[in-house]
Design a binder for this molecule. Structure first.
Ligand code: UT7
Length: 318
């Protein structure tokens, strides 16, 4: 027993910030951002926390699926930008939904949606659950170093969610993790312990070596996608859509060229939403679903990559 996706939802805060808006506060411009990253505008939270956005995406996914919150057996959530370390974002979403079921947060940065699907698949396989809510939600604007123009133009806020039910839609996934601190990291504040030896404090914001991340991303998206397709006897021709983590349009273009897969097969919405980390794939799925792009039986490939360094590629039938 595996699962099928019963419904999708998303929420982005109403505040839209264009590249021209950003150029008012930092030395950048629309041409550079469009050429190097492919983002035109993104949404930033003025008030909503990551958990609030996740809750709103969850409500939309529940409504789309026709599942009542009380039917949920498990809530999985991912966020690197929740306001509290405890309670977890999944606990807060559960509290807002007013239900009581097991909840769990998964920390795998931008790859977390794939890690959550695989975790959910384990619960379904053991027949422990019948309905599961999966939420990726980020308020990355609170972790951005607004003096660092190589990150503040990329990252953005938003949430995406899916409701899963028993079925045979989920086929397989591959994962790759190379633990380390060097390429991308987000330190927590060091605290005020009188016993802590000072001197190693780092700003609690997103630190990223852009070019190293870029190379890692292109390698990961190609390797993981080929691996999961081959080991299940599929080729790219069998895939209806590739729905990648939206980190940079150029990463997707490079992968398309390297894999010799037409660009049209990749769903891209980074131009309107920026990089929303764990929320980017479920946001894309919700857009595609509501636009009527996904037909029952379509094979979808979901490659993801990011901090960790962690990457994954999931294969599922709609
Ligand atoms: O989701 C998590 C995973 N994250 C990613 O996948 C991000 C991967 N990396 C990237 O997307 C790209 O490396 C960046 C978009 C972050 C940077 O693009 P790049 O083509 O690697 O640029 P660069 O860092 O090599 O910088 C090239 C130039 C530099 O100027 P000089 O030294 O050549 O004069 C930068 O200072 O571009 C400059 N630059 C900018 N110029 C205008 C960097 N950021 C900006 C900016 N506006 N926002």
């Amino acid at each position: 027993m595996s699962f099928s996706v019963l419904g999708t939802g998303m929420y982005v805060p109403p505040k839209v910030v264009t590249n021209d808006d950003l150029s008012q506060i930092i030395d950048t411009n629309d041409e550079w951002i469009m050429q190097r990253v492919g983002i035109h505008e993104r949404h930033f939270s003025e008030q909503e926390t990551a958990a609030e956005m996740g809750y709103r995406a969850a409500l939309a996914a529940l409504e789309n699926s026709g599942v009542r919150a009380e039917e949920l057996d498990l809530i999985l959530a991912a966020s690197v930008s929740g306001e509290t370390i405890s309670p977890s974002v999944s606990c807060e979403i559960q509290g807002r939904l007013g239900v009581s079921c097991m909840t769990m947060d998964i920390n795998a940065a931008c790859s977390a949606f794939d890690f959550m699907l695989e975790t959910a698949a384990g619960f379904f396989a053991r027949k422990k659950v019948k309905k599961v809510l999966v939420v990726g939600t980020e308020r990355l604007s609170r972790l951005i170093d607004w003096t660092d123009r190589s990150t503040c133009v990329i990252f953005a806020d938003g949430a995406g969610a899916v409701v899963l039910g028993e079925g045979d839609g989920y086929i397989d996934a591959v994962f790759d993790v190379k633990g380390g601190l060097d390429v991308i990291n987000i330190p927590q504040p060091v605290g005020s312990s009188p016993y802590y030896q000072r001197g190693q404090e780092r700003k609690p914001c997103i630190h990223m070596h852009g070019q190293d991340t870029f190379k890692f991303a292109v390698t990961a998206i190609c390797r993981d996608s080929v691996q999961v397709l081959e080991r299940n006897g599929f080729s790219f021709d069998d895939v209806a859509y590739i729905v990648p983590h939206q980190a940079n349009k150029r990463i997707i273009d490079f992968a398309s060229a390297k894999l010799k897969v037409p660009k049209e097969k990749f769903y891209v919405n980074i131009d309107r939403f920026g990089n929303t980390s764990s929320a980017s794939i479920p946001i894309a799925l919700d857009e595609m679903n509501r636009r009527g792009m996904l037909k029952k039986g379509d094979l979808l490939l979901l490659p993801a990559f990011g901090g960790g360094l962690a990457s994954a590629a999931c294969l599922l039938r709609w």
